[in-house]
Each structure stands twice: as structure tokens, then as C-alpha cells.
Design a protein around this ligand. Structure first.
Ligand SMILES: [Zn+2]
Length: 188
């Protein structure tokens, strides 16, 4: 199977998979899904580097696509600039949302928190790239996580947790290493 090498192509492929009946989905070969993951990994790395160059974020050390155990986690960035993006992001967002998640983690290379300063930088960066929807009129508070300024992006999120779990279980080992915050990817 060949996949178009772009963020948009990857989202289309994810949509195609989520539209399949569960019975069909479990029949998709592990190998093709693992290859899809690796393609998505390459695309994510290239796009993150491209966005970092455009937005002049120069502290990115590495970029990696992963499957997080925490289903709410879409990305992380540690204090050294190592960025991790959840494979699930491609299944939950359209183009603008996926780019928004990447920009969110890029902003963390400068601001390691969810302070107002962070959200201002995030908003400016999203505007520069042109991924904020036209109806956007400021951030609204969604839930409090690690600071009083935890906002949610204005992009529509698509939820299909059960079908995504089928994909994740096909490409990752089950809960063997419970201490880890990411699933271990199978190899082909
Ligand atoms: Zn964050």
C-alpha cells in the first residue's frame, strides 16, 4: 500500500480507516498499518521542522511520532526540546488541528508551561501559519490542568476511540510495560 506523503494525505487515510466497519478494520494487515505509522512519523518530523524554521523556533532537538497511553495526550515537549506527537492526532483532527497540535509543542520549546504568555505565543504562531478558523474569537477555558490557563483549541475534534484502539492494538504491543507512558511499536 502506498500513502500520499503529506499531512492531508495521512488525514484522508485515517478518515478512510475510521469509516470502515469494525469487522473490516480488524482484518487490515498489521504490516500496512505499521508502514502507515512510519510514513506518518516521517511526515510529522518534516512538517515540524518546516514549521520550526518558518516560526523561528530553534530549540527543537528531536521529533517523534508515538502512541501515548494517556488518550488525552496529543503531544509533549520536554525541557530539552524533544517533541513527541500522538499518532492519534491524525485520527481526531483536520489539517488545521494537526498543525495546531504541532505548533502547540513547538511553542513549548520557548514556554514550558500553559501560562498566558504561552497561549499568546501559540495564538500568534497559529495566525502566522493561518490555521485559526475564521470564527475564532479568542481562547476559552476548557479545563484546568497544570495552570489556570489551560485552553482548548478551536478546531473540531473527531472522536472514535474504539476504532482507533483497534488500529493501536494492531501496531503496538499490549500492556507489557505498564511503567512506560508510550506503547511499544511492533516491527515488521
Ligand atoms: Zn501544552
Amino acid at each position: 500500500m502506498e500513502y500520499e506523503c503529506s499531512i492531508e494525505g495521512m488525514i484522508l487515510k485515517a478518515e478512510e480507516l475510521m469509516k470502515m466497519p469494525k469487522k473490516k478494520l480488524v482484518e487490515v494487515s498489521c504490516e500496512s498499518l505499521i508502514n502507515l505509522f512510519h510514513t506518518a512519523d516521517k511526515i510529522t518530523t518534516l512538517k515540524t521542522q518546516e514549521l520550526a524554521d518558518t516560526l523561528k523556533f530553534d530549540k527543537v532537538k528531536s521529533v517523534q511520532l508515538v502512541c501515548f497511553r494517556n488518550p488525552r495526550k496529543l503531544g509533549t515537549c520536554d525541557s530539552s526540546g524533544n517533541i513527541r506527537i500522538n499518532f492519534k492526532t491524525f485520527f481526531e483532527y483536520d489539517y488545521e488541528g494537526v498543525i495546531g497540535v504541532i505548533i502547540h509543542e513547538l511553542c513549548h520549546t520557548e514556554q514550558h508551561n500553559h501560562s498566558k504568555k504561552f497561549w499568546t505565543l501559540f495564538e500568534q504562531s497559529c495566525k502566522r501559519i493561518g490555521v485559526l478558523p475564521s470564527e475564532y474569537d479568542g481562547w476559552f477555558i476548557d479545563y484546568i490542568e497544570d495552570s489556570p490557563f489551560m485552553f482548548i483549541g478551536p478546531w473540531k475534534r473527531k472522536y472514535h476511540p474504539q476504532k482507533y484502539s483497534i488500529i493501536r492494538n494492531k501496531i503496538c504491543y499490549p500492556d507489557y510495560f505498564l511503567g512506560q507512558n508510550i506503547y511499544t511499536l511492533k516491527s515488521v
